[in-house]
Design a protein around this ligand. Structure first.
Ligand code: FES
Ligand code: FES
Length: 186
């Protein structure tokens, strides 16, 4: 086994130190070392976008980056999106627009969309589609996802909190479970 390397990075706002082998991808480190399994393993060749995370403000396929390259970087994963008591507006809008079915692609879409809205808060539909072009969805299709991102941008621009986004309401987990139950009975 190759000698492990100590890596220091900031992940979801927390300074983190971890050990990884030089051959391990960032995706492998996130899922298998840090137990952040929100980033999904699809193709492992940079084609599907299911593993997308934000590194120093840019969306990147974590399957194409080595864990050791995270040294000194700031990384956001889907686990860092929701606040403890409420979903991120993008997550809320994905639920409201039924922008997911199996959900495998969803973390990647959310992170690509977050990176877009962080740098361009008022994107056109064409800009949304372009920003999400590296993310593939095999079951929901793209229109609902694009609508959710446009709606999230509008909500953020207006300064409104989306419905169900208040501390006294159901938690992020409860809202997601409720949504998935509703989908099962349809
Ligand atoms: S798993 Fe990384 S792009 Fe598909
Ligand atoms: S929701 Fe299943 S692949 Fe997108």
């Amino acid at each position: 086994m190759a000698k492990k390397v100590v890596v220091e990075a900031n992940i979801n706002g927390e300074p983190i130190e971890f050990l990884c082998e030089p051959r391990q991808s960032l995706l492998e480190v996130l899922r298998d070392v840090l137990e952040l399994t929100g980033s999904k393993e699809g193709c492992l060749t940079g084609d599907c976008g299911a593993c997308t995370v934000i590194v120093n403000g840019r969306p990147l396929c974590s399957c194409l980056m080595l864990g050791v390259e995270a040294q000194g970087k700031t990384i956001q994963t889907v686990e860092g999106l929701a606040a403890p008591d409420r979903l991120h507006v993008l997550q809320q809008k994905f639920l409201e627009h039924a922008s997911l079915q199996c959900g495998i692609c969803t973390p990647g879409f959310l992170m690509s969309a977050k990176a877009l809205l962080d740098r361009n808060p008022k994107p056109t539909e064409a800009e949304i589609r372009y920003a999400l072009a590296g993310n593939l969805c095999r079951c929901t299709g793209y229109d609902k996802i694009v609508r959710a991102v446009a709606d999230a941008a509008q909500t953020l621009a207006s300064g409104q909190q989306p419905a169900g986004h208040l501390g006294s309401g159901p938690s992020a987990t409860e809202q997601t479970e409720r949504f998935l139950q509703e989908q099962e009975v349809k």
